[in-house]
Write a protein that binds this ligand. Structure first.
Ligand SMILES: CC(C)(COP(=O)(O)OP(=O)(O)OC[C@H]1O[C@@H](n2cnc3c(N)ncnc32)[C@H](O)[C@@H]1OP(=O)(O)O)[C@@H](O)C(=O)NCCC(=O)NCCS
Length: 178
């Protein structure tokens, strides 16, 4: 059984989220913005184009990580981008990978069963971010290409490697043993 669960964040998470992100600042900061007080704004922005999931440790309730499913476009595209951080002390224990598998599964699941009904997911990673590239590959994402000056991060337009996965390439977790 998975060591983690996922659920959307809620207002009562604000304090624990702030403590968790503050504790993890050095771990996150090299690659992503560090915003310990950012949860209220993130909660306000939840909607058809953005769904956030917290990855939670089953044993102690700690926040293992967060994944934003953003730029959600339905219609003929049914596509979204995944952005994520893992948090201390869980980073590097494999829990983030387990949680991301649950997030991907939820993204591809039909809306009738509580999924997002997406067909394609993208992950864009700076070329030097080896741990994130390793995570994308562990999830089965394919390398699709390189985009120069793709995202504005830490004061500059940063190059990114682009990975993607479509629903046809994903074996739903419900169909697997355990
Ligand atoms: C990218 C990031 C989310 C990856 O998360 P992570 O913490 O490495 O993910 P996991 O906890 O699943 O760790 C997997 C690692 O733990 C190891 N591990 C240890 N115990 C394990 C276990 N019981 N089961 C599976 N893996 C285990 C794996 O071998 C793997 O290490 P490897 O990549 O060297 O092979 C994280 O490094 C992070 O938050 N970085 C800063 C922000 C960032 O870069 N975000 C993404 C921007 S694109």
């Amino acid at each position: 059984m998975s060591r983690v669960t996922i659920r959307p964040p809620r207002a009562s998470d604000v304090k624990q989220y702030a403590e968790t992100v503050r504790r993890s600042a050095a771990h996150i900061g090299q690659w992503n913005p560090v915003e310990p007080d950012g949860l209220p704004d993130l909660l306000q922005r939840q909607g058809p184009g953005l769904r956030t999931y917290l990855i939670i440790d089953r044993a102690d309730g700690g926040f293992v990580g967060k994944c934003n499913v953003s730029n959600i476009v339905m219609g003929r595209f049914c596509n979204a981008a995944l952005g994520y951080d893992s948090y201390l002390p869980y980073a590097g224990t494999g829990r983030m990978t387990e949680g991301m598998r649950l997030v991907v599964d939820r993204c591809f699941a039909d809306q009738l069963v509580g999924g997002l009904g997406l067909h394609r997911l993208e992950i864009s990673v700076q070329p030097e971010n080896e741990r994130s590239i390793a995570l994308a590959r562990r999830l089965g994402f394919r390398h699709e290409g390189f985009t120069p000056r793709m995202l504005f991060l830490d004061g500059a337009w940063r190059d990114h490697e682009r990975f993607a996965l479509t629903a046809e390439e994903w074996r739903p977790l419900g169909a697997q043993e355990e």
